[in-house]
Design a protein around this ligand. Structure first.
Ligand SMILES: Cc1cc2nc3c(=O)[nH]c(=O)nc-3n(C[C@H](O)[C@H](O)[C@H](O)COP(=O)(O)OP(=O)(O)OC[C@H]3O[C@@H](n4cnc5c(N)ncnc54)[C@H](O)[C@@H]3O)c2cc1C
Length: 485
């Protein structure tokens, strides 16, 4: 029997998902982990990110939470406000998140999270980074070795033979394109019709205004909502920076569909979009220097019929891109990484049997698909609720906010609702893998992973963990109803 630690693991992309894959596999004892990244270094957009307990649990196990946590803000409350009036619709005290789930809910700088993961990887002799190197195609999905082509920025393309290939290459994933093409499945990225402005204010800009200073010094995440738009704000980097992220209809990118997903946004356009929001928001948006507004296009794609072909698997935004309204995109990518390292380490025969290795990788999809589908759908439905304009539905929503305030019933903003938080934060993906791997592995038909589907069903009706149908909307509606009940 071979030793799984000798398997060659190739990771495409050094975003949150790719870095987490490299660290998870190295921590599991794998000795050969290679990461290929198009960019010449880890250049992260200057923006904040919420670090939910289900993510922090894994960072802590991998030994990189202490440095990230040292700069993070421990969020102990959230406040949802009407954008136009600043009226508080609901205030949620959550001082006991760490007590309930073992880990706090924090906010931090993206560079801090990526840097912590990267430093963790650098301490692992197993991990080698290949920057300025892009995967340009997959030549073979097996059944023997997987082979892909890498194009260095300054050099000749070369082929790499590997045992496991992980496509953590984001929303525009080349691995996903190759994998779906091999299965003859269409692979179109969809517009969500939404875009986000990301801006950051320094303490020096806010400290002369008592109202703004109070926001910066509070351990609170705020959301101002209005028709078709909202703004989220929280302190990061030891409260030296106030991070502001918006969401509004995509007007600028929509006019240029071929353009990049991130661009310098126009400050006057941003002010115009939020012109009817209250004075607190106006003060903050006006403080941003012209030229420091970053705009992101929010993209998605239809749920995929499969994430796996042979020993090639998709990770993070490559397979389950999400609107950011539940703050779980990176958390899900990091969970994916942890589950992948577990399932590959459990492949019968240590991975020497290619069919067994492929089946073990397929178990990853079974373990992850229901959960990620649910969270992606909850984020989308939360946005629909938050973005309601005047009318009956909005009146009902505001009544639900009032009830939540008075009686502790579920909150229409799913991110802040305790029962949703419980479902997301209490989940330990490694424990779940430990408990279910054998049963799920045994449930797979031989050859399933080579076809990409469980039982050769190419209609997307993938039987997933705990649900008869993998249809995203049905599963999400079912579990969302359970959660709301
Ligand atoms: C406005 C906004 C707010 C968000 N807030 C939160 C939050 O609070 N909490 C949270 O958990 N998540 C949040 N997210 C989601 C989160 O940012 C993403 O889900 C997460 O970063 C996805 O990570 P990834 O590694 O899958 O993809 P990416 O971060 O996109 O990384 C992909 C990497 O692959 C590289 N790459 C691409 N193609 C190739 C190739 N062919 N060869 C080699 N390398 C390649 C890219 O250069 C990139 O470095 C937010 C997202 C947005 C848009």
């Amino acid at each position: 029997m071979s030793d799984f630690r000798d398997l060659r693991i190739s990771v495409i992309g050094a975003g949150m998902g790719g870095l987490a894959c490299a660290l998870a596999f190295a921590k599991k004892g794998f000795k050969h982990v290679d990461v290929y990244e198009t960019a010449s270094n880890l250049g992260f957009v200057g923006a904040g990110i919420q670090l939910a307990p289900n993510m922090v649990r894994l960072l802590d196990r991998w030994g990189c939470w202490d440095s990230i946590g040292a700069e993070a803000t421990n969020i102990t409350s959230s406040s949802i406000r009407e954008g136009s009036t600043n009226r508080e619709l609901v205030h949620v005290e959550m001082p006991d998140i760490a007590e309930k789930y073992g880990y706090p809910h924090c906010t931090g700088h993206r560079a801090s999270l990526a840097g912590g993961l990267y430093e963790g990887c650098k301490k692992e002799p197993a991990v080698t980074f290949h920057f300025s190197s892009s995967l340009v195609g997959i030549t073979s999905f097996g059944p023997d070795k997987t082979v892909f082509t890498v194009q260095p920025r300054n050099g000749d393309a070369y082929e790499v033979e590997t045992d496991v290939l992980l496509g953590a290459d984001g929303i525009k994933s080349a691995v996903r394109t190759s994998l779906l093409r091999a299965l003859d499945i269409p692979a179109d990225v969809e517009d969500t019709g939404q875009a986000a402005y990301r801006i950051m204010l320094n303490r020096s800009q806010m400290e002369h205004d008592p109202e703004l200073l109070e926001l910066l010094d509070a351990d609170c995440a705020l959301r101002w909502i209005g028709a078709k738009r909202h703004i989220v704000a929280y302190p990061i980097s030891n409260k030296t920076i106030y991070n502001i992220s918006t969401c509004q209809p995509d007007v600028n990118f929509a006019a240029a569909p071929g353009a990049t997903y991130t661009t310098r946004g126009s400050k006057p356009a941003m002010l115009q979009v939020y012109a009817d929001f209250g004075p607190t928001v106006q003060k903050m948006l006006n403080m941003v220097p012209e030229g420091e507004v970053c705009e992101w296009r929010l993209r998605s794609h239809a749920p995929l019929a499969t994430w796996v072909l042979g020993a090639v698997a998709l990770v993070g935004d490559a397979c389950h891109p999400t609107l950011p309204h539940l703050s779980q995109g990176a958390a899900m990518a990091i969970e994916d990484a942890a589950v992948l390292a577990e399932v590959v380490s459990r492949a019968p025969g240590g991975g020497s049997d290619r069919a067994a290795l492929s089946k073990a990788v397929k178990v990853y999809e079974l373990l992850r698909k229901d959960r990620t589908t649910l969270l992606v759908d909850l984020a989308a439905s939360s946005a629909r609720t938050l973005h309601l304009g005047e009318g009956k539905a909005k009146e009902e929503r505001d009544r639900a906010f009032l009830n939540a305030k008075k009686r502790g019933t579920p909150i229409p903003d799913k991110w802040a609702s305790p029962e949703v938080q419980h479902m997301i934060y209490s989940y330990d993906c490694v424990k779940d893998t430990d408990e279910k791997f054998d049963e799920l592995y045994a449930s797979l038909a031989d050859g399933a992973a080579e076809k990409g589907f469980m039982n050769g069903d190419t209609n997307g009706n993938v039987a997933t963990n705990g649900h008869a149908s993998g249809n995203a909307t049905d599963v999400a509606a079912e579990v969302a109803a359970e959660v709301a009940a």
